[in-house]
Write a new protein. Sequence first.
Lengths: 248, 265
Amino acid sequence: MEYIFDWFRVLYQETGINLPFLYDEYDRNRMVEGFFTTIWLSLVCLFFSAIIGIIGAWLQGSSFKWTRRIVNGYIQIFRNTPPLVQLYFFYFAIGTLLPRVDNDWGGQSPILGSFAWAAISLSFFAGAFNVEIFRSGIEAVPKSTVEAAEALGFSKLQIYRDITLPLAFRVVLPALNNNLVNLVKTTTLAYAIAVPEMLYEANQIWSDNVNVTEMMVFLLFAYFLLVGILVGAMNRWERAMKIPGYGG
Amino acid sequence: MKIKTLVTALAVSALSITSAAADILDTIKERGTLVVGVKADYKPYGFLDTSGAIIGIEPDLAKDVADKLGVAIEYVPVVSSNRMQFLEQGKIDLMIATMTDKPDRRKVVLIPDPNYYSSGTNILALKSLELKEWEDLRGKPVCGIQGAFYNKATSQNYGAEIVAFKGTAEAYAALRGGNCAAFVYDDSAIVAKAADPDWSEYEMPLKTIDDAPWGLAVALGEQNFGDMMGEMIIDWHKTGRILELETKWGVENTPFALAMHDKYK
């Protein structure tokens, strides 16, 4: 392994192509950390935004006027404001209003750190889109199917969980795919509130080594790979869930 | 025929670009404006007044250059992570932006000698934390600025966990908000902040490290402009202009500026 790393040092000396995150141990460690932070942040946000989407779409079908209004208000706020503004708002505005806790270095710090705020903010942001995406799927389920389920004595929750959602899911997957791909790319914004993800670490490395071009190329490929894996997995899932004769 | 016209047009435009790039001093004089990259968030070296105009020690120095060339001046706010790129791309003609002079930076931009200023690294921290040594930062979150060279040193040598933000406003807000134990930055800026009544609970407790000279820069290859700037810097030191500006903007005369004045006097 060391041999390969040293080869990149030679590459720099010989050609000027500087990839310090391969040959310099310190830079390598922080790049690896950044890579896993990005993956972890993406997974957390993917999970919670999907949950928010499913629950939100269900609440939108509620018979209470105020439940529907609150869900719609949430969608309007989070869909109509830029995610970067939301991040700043949560971290600097809401974050400082929350109670503080004593930390282990003898001071007081806010209850939630930058990673937690990034996860919350991005999940809500993508979740707002997911609610609308799931709603489109639910509305695509024929009314007669729901009526048939009602006639069989299913409760409202059972119909949503066992009839509407599974059918809607198959309809919304392409649109959901799009939104989740966007979400993974939006995690780069978290560097604004100092979440040590890939863009943040790359920024540090190119500032220390003045190798902007190399880091930009690397970042592009890294995200291309990450999003490629997500898209591949989602496409497989889409094929596996296909019901013959239903949908496209 | 058409292709031939196109080729000629391209060749002519390419020629005009190279001739324009031949000497930036001519371009500046032709344009009638000197475009200078300065900091806008670094009191008192470059910051915004209440009307939003950029003022400070470095904008004043830049104005001297424009006056010498007999052209108008335009300030472009830059930050640590984009200042050299702006110069490379030709967005600015000259950069006077609190940049520490380092060998690897000299490969990317032209830094004329001698250095015009100098500063070191220190931290701004709550007095109640009673920090004494750099080692006291081990394992603690420390705010920083994205792109500052001492981030790596502070985390590598003293084990601090750097939490770096885009600009100083965010870093100060995060320090106030308790997101970090200290803010690692240039001592020259911290001295001014610690003297601010709003920040009376904070202090600059450590010994300044990495005292390093600052370099202003022009694009690589602009030797004429670089030579001219070298002469200007010597002149600034000789006439005591730097000392005068320090006093004007409320900074105590720094040892570096005094020594340089003595040297060139």
